[in-house]
Design a protein around this ligand. Sequence first.
Ligand SMILES: *Cc1c(COP(=O)(O)O)cnc(C)c1O
Length: 371
Amino acid sequence: MRVNFVDLKAQYNNIKDDILEGITKVIDNTNFILGPQVKEFEEKFAAFSQAKYALGVASGTDAILLSLKSLGIGPGDEVITAANTFIASVLGISYAGAVPVLVDNDPVTYNIDPTKIEAAITSKTKAIMPVHLYGQMADMDAIMEIAKKHNLKVIEDACQAHGSEYKGCRAGSIGDISCFSFYPGKNLGAYGDGGMVVTNDEDLYQKVKVLRDYGQSKKYHHEIKGYNSRLDSIQAAVLLAKLPHLDKWNDDRRVLARLYNELLSDTDIVVPVESEECRHIYHLYVIRTKRRDEMLEFLKSKEIFCGIHYPIPIHLQNAYKEHKKGDLPITEKYAKEILSLPMFPELTEEQVIYIVGNIKEFLSNYDDVGV
Ligand SMILES: *Cc1c(COP(=O)(O)O)cnc(C)c1O
């Protein structure tokens, strides 16, 4: 049996007719840029995220850039974010001209550790950007309280968290402004690049609307030097066909995660912990083991394909070498231990049993896999 890390083809096969009908409609009407599909998807995605406004943009990275721009954050400003994240979170901050300040992660949830945020605040800090990593929301009550106390804005990087919840509130509904990605492998993925800015603030909504469309409030009236960053109509049509299934797909991921947890419970492998306040949507199912590299290779030899999210922390990348080793100890330690097992809604119970069976075969050769 071969098990891919994700299987976008399986999903496509289940909803093929709806996808093709949606794409065909766009082509028939040749409304490729900001067509009616974009507006319809924005309204539906805002409702899905329990927020008032949503604006389709070119990518999750651009959603971060435009969110920061709408808040007036730029050169000379600092934005606090999670050290343990995908590089795009931090690139968005750099594109805006601001300085990303990285804070280590909570050892249990892997999200930004709120107890370490205040020490990172300086007179230049303008915002905190928690990342809802792997599909579980960060500790938003603690973060919002710190932001309020220090008069900072909160930007949610919800690029891995479509439909995730914290105390019943969905990702995108709590911060001042929030960012989503529709990169194909995300829980809600387009057939190309795409992203979304979500907010309850009408003023920020109006600003992003102008920013994403060459800075024009009206055709050929350019108030500011804006960007060309829009979700295109074909991608919106694909996303419209997928959105009605997303809650079910997220539930399916949760069932698979519970099965993994149960089957791995008699091993020394560390499984993901779902916080009591959260509805984790398992964009990634990440375990930890001291024998990570050997396990990855072993599973690969059995045609079970895993991933590492992420193998090299941002502050140890050449692109961000102003930081040094040892600065963010938990992120550094975990980067050597984390392994993402196959996780997608169409994964079967039989496949999970097969994967764990192979993990157990691997474990029988070692007595020091714990961390
Ligand atoms: C995917 C992702 C992004 C960037 O999204 P793109 O659409 O690829 O630009 C940003 N932050 C996180 C946490 C992500 O996982």
